[in-house]
Design a protein around this ligand. Structure first.
Ligand SMILES: C[S@@+](CC[C@H](N)C(=O)[O-])C[C@H]1O[C@@H](n2cnc3c(N)ncnc32)[C@H](O)[C@@H]1O
Length: 214
């Protein structure tokens, strides 16, 4: 289900965010990145990092991991590549401009596919999950971290209001759990392994989806 957060709006939004992204989103979203990477690494070393942005998560991977990172935004990825060079991050084997809707990898390539703070951003979350599923091996996992929108109350009202600004923000503040839950229900072989809230203040959730074997 695509909507107003289209590819052009996203590229423009993240070109604006790129210079200030690390300053704004490093510490506050670090616990989620750490939890997601720990879960991904438990599946095995071969990991696809979808929507890697400026690569804030890169330093958190074990040196034994074998990570391919992709993102739509060339401007965000320039910073990610600089980070790999400056910090000599041996775990990161490729940093590629690529649309998550058309991943240029064979079926069943990765032990896990990881998307920290991405699924509420992409133009078509369900089609993105389909692609992540395709390239994850049987027995592997899709690992997501995101803010899941409130279902009722003041916060839900506020998020609904903020959602009008999604194209400028570059994400959907009102993303409901039903979009992920509905996708899992509709995908034969998919199962929810874990959904838990994370710091700070339970603002973000870790979601692990198993592919077959379970
Ligand atoms: C909020 S940032 C998250 C970056 C990083 N994972 C982090 O934890 O800081 C979302 C990223 O998703 C990327 N993105 C959005 N749509 C995409 C798509 N269709 N394919 C690949 N990347 C996409 C954006 O360019 C942006 O860099």
């Amino acid at each position: 289900m695509a909507d107003a957060l289209d590819k052009t709006a996203l590229e423009a939004a993240y070109a604006r965010w790129a210079p200030v992204y690390d300053l704004t989103f490093d510490a506050v979203m670090a616990p989620g990145r750490r939890a997601a990477i720990a879960a991904a690494e438990r599946c095995g070393p071969t990991i696809l990092d979808v929507g890697a942005g400026t690569g804030l998560e890169f330093t958190l991977f074990a040196s034994t991991s074998n990570v391919t990172a992709v993102d739509l935004s060339e401007i965000m990825l320039r910073r990610a590549r600089d980070r790999v060079l400056q910090k000599q991050l041996g775990a990161i084997n490729g940093v590629l401009v690529m649309d998550a809707l058309r991943l240029a990898f064979a079926d069943n390539t990765f032990d896990s596919t990881l998307a920290p703070y991405v699924i509420t951003v992409v133009p078509d979350p369900e089609a993105t999950l389909d692609e992540m599923w395709r390239v994850t091996r049987p027995g592997g996992e899709i690992v997501l971290v995101n803010h899941i929108g409130a279902e009722k109350g003041l916060i839900a009202t506020f998020e609904g209001w903020l959602a009008k600004h999604a194209p400028n923000l570059g994400w959907r503040p009102d993303f409901p759990w039903a979009r992920i839950g509905g996708w899992i229900e509709g995908k034969p072989g998919a199962r929810l392994i874990e959904r838990r809230t994370l710091n700070p203040f339970g603002l973000f959730s870790l979601v692990r989806i198993g592919k077959g074997e379970g």
